[in-house]
Design a binder for this molecule. Structure first.
Ligand code: HEC
Ligand code: HEC
Length: 352
């Protein structure tokens, strides 16, 4: 009897002390950041988004996961980290054609100096708010480690190199209606078992087989692949966000999407087969001023290499004799590019 009472007592003490050791919800909150996004405009600092704890990019909020793409956008050479936040119980689903994002989804792209990846440049954020509106913004990292939500384009110097940061309005020249999210797509995510892993994490839905059936983009760096496919894929990611029939005025008549016909740019006279230096397409990516894409200040060495060999390898062919009507893309009205883009504050920011 006594022994049993003692045993009960010990058990009780254990349970009580165990319970006491468990952390309260408020203590957990203090340790783990919590994403506060999903309604209204973005907060003034990255800290307040709750995506990372104390601006420590290694301390991810629960539900925030790292991912990578097959073909990145060229951004003045900056190194980039990408993160996706899927709200609890709501995975990104695949409807057979495209991905459907649940409200509360957040995408993050963090930019670091290519000279010194320890130096932060900017952190871009896209949120699908509860009311269905998409919110875009970018946080500039300052020397003291604090961040600031930008309202206009900037050119900053970090680690001895300049980087151009787009304005909030410029975001939507590329991230446009019905293509709000660009790189978190099945053609880009299909690498290193990533689709399976994101599905296990419940970021992507369970239908892995149908998601894997979407053709992945070619690796533009792979020299073993045909140059034509590398060039077309490069354009698809880096140029077609504007150069598509629904793109901004002046860009919309040149369709650079993978699905566009192969000879389209030749028929428009933008490429002269065998003559890269005479081709406006090559001139535009290597020019000192008004270079393409308009959002970077340094040309991409990979683009110069790919486009030069691509155009050199093309041979002049006489127009095919055919009764088929020639496919000309439908002229579309095009959207106006925001005038605010030209505002470009020069700020100096040398890393610590
Ligand atoms: C020149 C076109 C262009 C502009 C301008 C642009 N982006 Fe993007 N963005 C892309 C492309 C292409 C990708 C996918 C490739 C990658 O991740 O490198 C991307 C990826 C992203 C991602 C990761 C999620 C996704 O869509 O794949 C975020 C977040 C993002 N951009 C935010 C922004 C914000 C915020 C701005 C404005 C401050 C902006 N972007 C301006 C082209 C652009
Ligand atoms: C952010 C949107 C945007 C992106 C991204 C972009 N362009 Fe453009 N592009 C434009 C606009 C707008 C024009 C028309 C105004 C002008 O010529 O500057 C244009 C014009 C051009 C022209 C000149 C056409 C002519 O006949 O004068 C070429 C060639 C071109 N782009 C190639 C490219 C290539 C190659 C890329 C990718 C490496 C690219 N662009 C990316 C918006 C864009």
């Amino acid at each position: 009897m006594i022994i049993r009472n003692v045993a009960t007592c010990v058990a009780l003490i254990l349970i009580v002390s165990c319970k006491a050791k468990k952390k309260s919800v408020s203590e957990l909150d203090a340790e783990q950041p919590m994403v506060t996004l999903g309604s209204g405009p973005l907060p003034p600092t990255l800290m307040e988004t709750g995506l990372f704890k104390d601006g420590d990019l290694a301390a991810l909020s629960p539900g925030l996961h790292r991912y990578d793409v097959r073909v990145p956008l060229w951004s003045d050479g900056a190194q980039k980290d990408r993160f996706v936040f899927a709200p609890t119980d709501k995975a990104v689903s695949f409807n057979g054609t495209k991905l459907d994002f649940p409200t509360g989804s957040v995408f993050v792209k963090h930019f670091k100096s290519d000279n010194d990846p320890g130096l932060n440049v900017e952190t871009r954020v896209i949120v699908l708010n509860g009311d269905g509106t998409w919110v875009y913004g970018t946080y500039l990292w300052k020397e003291d480690g604090s961040t600031e939500l930008l309202d206009r384009a900037r050119t900053v110097q970090v680690g001895g190199k300049d980087y151009r940061i787009p304005s909030p309005k410029e975001c939507t020249t590329c991230h446009r209606e019905n293509a709000e999210v660009l790189g978190f797509s099945l053609e880009q995510l299909n690498r290193d078992n990533q689709i399976q892993q994101l599905s296990e994490l419940k970021v992507l839905g369970p239908d892995v087989q149908s998601m894997l059936a979407v053709k992945p983009l070619d690796d533009v760096k792979d020299k073993a692949l045909p140059i034509n496919s590398r060039a077309r894929t490069y354009m698809h990611v880096n140029c077609a966000t504007c150069h598509n029939p629904g793109g901004p005025k002046g860009a919309n008549l040149m369709d650079m999407r993978l699905e566009a016909v192969d000879t389209h740019l030749l028929s428009l006279g933008k490429i002269f087969p065998g003559k890269p230096d005479d081709s406006i397409l090559f001139q535009k990516i290597s020019a000192d001023t008004s270079r393409m894409p308009p959002v970077s200040i340094r040309p991409d060495p990979l683009a110069l290499e790919i486009f030069r060999s691509y155009i050199e390898g093309l041979v002049e062919t006489p127009a095919p004799v055919t009764d088929e009507p020639v496919q000309i893309p439908e002229p579309q009205p095009g959207r106006d590019v925001p005038a605010e883009e030209s505002q470009n504050d020069e700020v100096q920011q040398s890393g610590p």
